[in-house]
Structure formats: C-alpha cells, structure tokens
Design a binder for this molecule. Structure first.
Ligand SMILES: NC(=O)c1ccc[n+]([C@@H]2O[C@H](COP(=O)([O-])OP(=O)(O)OC[C@H]3O[C@@H](n4cnc5c(N)ncnc54)[C@H](OP(=O)(O)O)[C@@H]3O)[C@@H](O)[C@H]2O)c1
Length: 329
C-alpha cells in the first residue's frame, strides 16, 4: 500500500469556524480496526455536511475526516470472513462521525461494520445508493411489511434530495403511484423521470392540508423533512397508513393529534440506518443487487473527487442538492 494517502480533513480555525482541506495522511493516523480498506467510492449525505461544518451533535473531535459511507477493497484483514481482495460496503455506525470516515483513500474499521458487496452490485453502484438509498430501502421494507407497495399511493417528501430521489425511483420501480413533495418545482422533470406521478410544491401541500384529519389519500409515506410537512403527511394518510419518518431536513418538531392513529389505525415508524442490525442491512443490499436493482443511477448522481466534494457540502446544507453526489477516490 501507499505510504501516505489523500483525505479530506475538517479543521477548526482559531475563531471557531471550520475549514475543509485535502491533505496527505498516513495509516498510522487511522483508528484501530480489523479491516484496512482501500476506499474506491464514497458519497455525500446530509450528516456529512453537518460533520464537515462543525455543527454540534455529530462530530466532537477535530481535525476529522467525514464520510459516513465507503465502499472498496479489503487490503489488510484480521477476520477470515473478509480476506484481502474482498469488496465491502461500510455505512453508518460511527464511520465519519467520530471515526475517520470515507472521504479518504483508506479507512480502518471493525469488521462487524462491513458487509460484502453483493454479486451483481459494483462498489460504484453501492455508493451511488449509499446511506441515502439504504434509508429509502429500509423505509420501503417497513411499509411493504404492512401494505403492498405495488399499486399503493405513496407520498415522499424532500423528493429531489438523496433519500427522497432514491425513494421515488425505487417505489415507482415497485409499481407504486408516487406523489413527490418538493421545494424545487424547477426540478419537476427530474422527478417525473424518476417515476413520480404527481408533484406537489412544499408550501402548497402545507397550506392545502386540513388538521387534524385531511382527506385520507396515502397508504405509505417516506418523510425526510419532519416539521410541518410530517404533521401534514400524518393528517393525510388513508386507513392503516404507514409513515416512515427518517429525517429532519426541515426541523425536528412536529404536531399531531391521536386522531390519525385511533381513528385511522395509522403507524408512525422511525428509521435509523446508522445503527440498524447488520442482518437487516444485508437483506436490503441484496435486494438492491436483485429485484430492487436500480438502472440509470448515473443520471441522478454527480461524480466528484475530494476537492470537488467541498462546494457540494455547503449546497446540501442549504437543501439545494438534487440527487446524489458520488465521491470517487
Ligand atoms: N434516519 C436515517 O437513517 C437517515 C439516513 C439518511 C438521511 N437521513 C436524514 O434525512 C434527511 C435528508 O437527507 P438527505 O441525505 O436526503 O439530504 P438532502 O439530499 O439534502 O435532501 C433533503 C431534501 O429535503 C428538502 N429540504 C431541505 N431543506 C428543507 C426545509 N427547510 N424544509 C423542507 N424541505 C427541505 C429538499 O428537497 P426538496 O427541495 O425536493 O423539497 C432537500 O433536497 C436529513 O435530515 C438526514 O439527516 C436520515
């Protein structure tokens, strides 16, 4: 392996602000772990932008290398389940939080965080999907356990973002009628291409929803926004509706009443991709290589290198990102 390698490093300035630079690092600086992985691809998620900007609650120690996603090839291993040469995916757990992350040519992690990249899925495809797609997949698996996605009416918020765009694409592949909520009506064609059948502007959705119960329109929902959007989604679910709550891009607080739950039997389910059981992740990743195989991912992904990811960090924090950012190492 190379003596030194490149990584993005977030550093705190003396005035308390944060800066991202690309630096040479050595493997001695990486944490202990039984797998040393040469990272081929990573991807940008909302949490990475929080970490790379010093926003409280994600990373406590700087300098730090963000990146909650990584896929690549095992270079050194203390676990015979992952011999050198194995293609692996690592997402979530503490990667990129307080463990040096995937915005780097190398990571060193516990093998219990890794899964083998399934046959029929490249490391590039895995990172085009990344944590965003895993979250969409976990949400869809939860909805599918209680109501068949095929022919269901599914509403998805933050639809042009990472989780949202992959959720729209996968739900439409599975035969759902997808309503996309977005703040970017200029990206209507992007959402139609993903398979959305109806697009509602964010404020129009909020202003047009009656509380505590709106007309019951949707069988399933994937919400990455939280706040008022989640309140309105809960009010708009049909009988036995399933709401997968997975994000807070618009705010953590929401208001509701018991009525959608006791009069319509709705279910509000929390999704956590970072710490969910490895067995559950394996099922979702296997499906992405088989019946959930997503074609045309390159159309929703922009590929950047380590220097190129820096401007994308500011953009995702402002909610301006469309689709996914793939980081090629
Ligand atoms: N639970 C989990 O395991 C998990 C995993 C991944 C991500 N997340 C969370 O899910 C959320 C989205 O993550 P992401 O990676 O998909 O981020 P993203 O690519 O930035 O997508 C978020 C989208 O939400 C919408 N949005 C942004 N700011 C908003 C606001 N103030 N009010 C209403 N809508 C807003 C925008 O879409 P439109 O313009 O189309 O409305 C934006 O593109 C984040 O809160 C993230 O932390 C959770």
């Amino acid at each position: 392996m190379k003596k030194s390698f490149k990584a993005l490093v977030t550093m705190q300035n003396n005035d308390g602000t944060y800066i991202n630079i690309v630096k040479e690092r050595t493997t001695n600086e990486l944490p202990d772990g039984d797998l040393l992985i040469q990272v081929e691809y990573s991807s940008l998620n909302y949490k990475d932008a929080l970490s790379a900007s010093g926003i409280k609650g994600i990373t406590t120690q700087y300098p730090h290398t963000p990146g909650i996603d990584a896929a690549g090839i095992v270079e050194k291993s203390n676990n015979s389940d992952f011999p050198p040469g194995t293609s692996v995916i690592v997402t979530g757990f503490d990667l990129g939080m307080n463990t040096s992350g995937g915005f780097s040519e190398y990571i060193c992690v516990p093998s219990k965080w890794a899964i083998r990249c399934p046959n029929n899925l490249t490391t590039k495809e895995a990172m085009m999907i990344g944590t965003a797609g895993l979250t969409a997949g976990l949400s869809i698996a939860e909805i599918n356990e209680r109501c068949k996605i095929k022919d269901a009416n599914i509403i998805i918020s933050g639809a042009t973002g990472g989780v949202g765009s992959l959720a729209v694409k996968l739900c439409s592949l599975l035969g759902a009628r997808v309503t996309a909520i977005t703040g970017k009506m200029s990206k209507k064609d992007f959402l139609l291409d993903l398979g959305a059948s109806k697009i509602i502007e964010r404020d129009e959705f909020i202003n047009g929803t009656r509380h505590p119960l709106n007309k019951g329109l949707y069988n399933g929902a994937i919400d990455v926004v939280g706040g008022d959007i989640l309140s309105c989604i809960i009010a708009s679910m049909d009988y036995n509706g399933i709401i997968a709550a997975c994000g807070n891009a618009g705010g953590p607080k929401f208001e509701s009443t018991v009525f959608p739950f006791i009069l319509r039997g709705n279910h509000l389910i929390g999704i956590d991709s970072a710490n969910c059981l490895i067995e559950r992740r394996k099922i979702v990743w296997e499906r992405f290589s088989k019946d959930w195989k997503l074609n045309g991912l390159d159309k929703i992904c922009k590929t950047v290198d380590l220097d190129g990811v820096i401007p994308e960090i500011a953009k995702i924090l402002k909610g301006k990102q469309t689709g996914r950012i793939l980081l090629e190492l």
